[in-house]
Write a protein that binds this ligand. Structure first.
Ligand SMILES: [Ca+2]
Length: 98
């Protein structure tokens, strides 16, 4: 009888063989016959190789303009709104920020 295909009784620790198999600082976990990457925030994919385009979910409020970046995103706020998502309205005590 001839065996073809996968041999499941020999598990390779991909995490040790290739320490950069999980990209962008994600955590590698060896599992039986394969591996898994626990992606850092902002990344997706089997090896966390894909940047998530957060702008697709329109995270910038108050007419802010979204710029997707590798691993994150930033908002260019309209008028004098501030905050990561332009969620903060200008107020006399804290603004305006330049
Ligand atoms: Ca991104």
């Amino acid at each position: 009888m001839e065996w073809r295909g996968h041999v499941y009784d020999i598990d390779v620790d991909e995490c040790s063989v290739n320490t950069s198999i999980c990209r962008h600082g994600s955590t590698c976990a060896n599992i039986e016959g394969s591996f898994m990457c626990d992606c850092s925030s902002g990344f997706a994919g089997d090896s966390c190789e894909t940047d998530i385009n957060e702008c697709l979910s329109a995270p910038c409020l108050n007419n802010g303009t979204c710029n997707n970046t590798i691993g994150s995103f930033n908002c260019v706020c309209a008028q004098t709104y501030t905050g990561k998502n332009c969620e903060k309205e200008p107020s006399a005590s804290t603004g305006p920020f330049v």
